[in-house]
Design a protein around this ligand. Structure first.
Ligand SMILES: [Fe+2]
Ligand SMILES: [Fe+2]
Length: 388
């Protein structure tokens, strides 16, 4: 995930200035944590690394970030380190229970030197995880005058946590809050872009010869190929939705050509080819739509450079566009179109194989052929409801 900006003034955290002057983390750790938070890494990776650095600085054995769910008024473990992190992921606790709950409710940082003797301590989490909490500090995560959760460090390696540790954790909580808030804002904006893309794809379906099922199927095929080519899971939804937009440029093609029941002549084909460039223009230059733009613009490029609109070749064609190209062609071949019958699957696969190194990326062809059974199975289960 590209990180959003994190350089904000945290007006809602009045004690930050006061504490920052005294109980700073040692400069190396603090700089490393702030650098991490400002980096372009995935937010969960950033937070996890920040927590590990925090543990090292405070000599803590484990740490966790709990976020508040306003719908259920519970705190749930968003991230945790230590041996019990997997079990913690599914644990929720009432937002007014335990040390974390009390810190969340009161907005205070709580230093608990002996958990067994604390009246706030919520033993059910330890009972479920078999973790033994000896001592801890919990501090709220503040953002814009509200609290979004709690940051905890647990079990000092030797002795118990100090007041200095408490202040350091509080400083860290301010940085972590900003990082989480920015990631949430980024996700909201991304969601809005994806929703608007899905709406745009409906315009394409209404006008085009392609059906919604064809577009959905191609998206699913693409997701089966993506992991093999280094596209991380967090990008898959964007790939699937961007894939659905690959022919959006066709909405700018005149009906006489787009809906012509027979084959296009050369002049008409030249007009039809402009749908790739027009697709990129329609999607515009918003950074969040860059993948959709790349796919719409490059899905007719060919590995050997004989495609359009730019005649790109090889790895100069974005991998996502190469993936979409092979999925789109295969699905079109085995589907009925107004100008052709469906090809038998064997012939379509032979065509894909024959185009290795010409139309298609050879590695992609190998991968596609190796999972063709899955792809055909998906195709058979998700056939078009309207016959041409
Ligand atoms: Fe196209
Ligand atoms: Fe298509």
């Amino acid at each position: 995930m590209k990180k959003a900006k994190t350089k904000k003034t945290l007006k809602s955290e009045p004690t930050k200035k006061k504490t920052a002057s005294k109980a700073k983390l040692d400069p190396t750790s603090q700089n490393r944590i702030i650098k991490l938070i400002n980096s372009s890494l995935n937010i969960d990776e950033v937070l996890h690394l920040s927590m590990k650095l925090m543990e090292k600085t405070l000599s803590a054995t484990a740490s966790s970030i709990l976020l508040h769910d306003p719908e259920t008024n519970e705190l749930k473990f968003y991230l945790a380190t230590g041996a019990k992190k997997e079990i913690l992921k599914v644990i929720r606790m009432p937002a007014d229970k335990g040390v974390a709950g009390r810190s969340f409710q009161t907005g205070r940082t709580l230093l608990i030197p002996d958990a067994a003797k604390s009246s706030f301590f919520y033993k059910k989490v330890d009972d479920k995880t078999k973790f033994v909490t000896k001592n801890l500090i919990a501090t709220p995560l503040p953002i814009r005058g509200k609290r979004i959760g709690v940051l905890e460090v647990l079990n000092k390696a030797q002795g118990t946590f100090s007041k200095q540790d408490e202040k350091k954790l509080k400083n860290m909580a301010a940085e972590i809050s900003i990082a989480i808030d920015n990631a949430r804002l980024y996700d909201e904006v991304k969601r809005a872009y994806i929703d608007s893309m899905l709406n745009m794809s409906k315009a394409e379906i209404y006008r085009d010869v392609d059906t919604g099922k064809h577009i959905e199927r191609c998206g699913e095929y693409a997701l089966r190929l993506a992991p093999e080519f280094g596209i991380p899971e967090k990008e898959h939804e964007n790939l699937r939705v961007s894939m659905m937009m690959h022919d959006i440029g066709k909405i700018a093609i005149p009906d006489a050509i787009l809906l012509k029941p027979g084959r296009l002549d050369d002049a008409e084909m030249e007009v039809m080819k402009t749908h790739a460039t027009k697709g990129g223009e329609i999607l515009g230059q918003a950074p969040l739509l860059q993948l959709a733009v790349d796919i719409a613009t490059c899905h007719h490029e060919k590995w050997d450079g004989s495609g359009y609109p730019k005649g790109l070749s090889g790895n100069n064609i974005p991998i996502e566009a190469r993936i979409v190209s092979i999925c789109d062609v295969f699905d079109a071949l085995i589907s009925v179109r107004p100008y052709k019958d469906a090809w038998p699957v064997d012939e379509a696969l032979a065509h894909i194989k024959n185009e290795s190194g010409k139309h298609f990326d050879p590695d992609l062809v190998n991968c596609f052929l190796s999972i063709s059974n899955q792809i055909i199975k998906y195709n058979r289960k998700h056939q078009d409801t309207e016959a041409y």
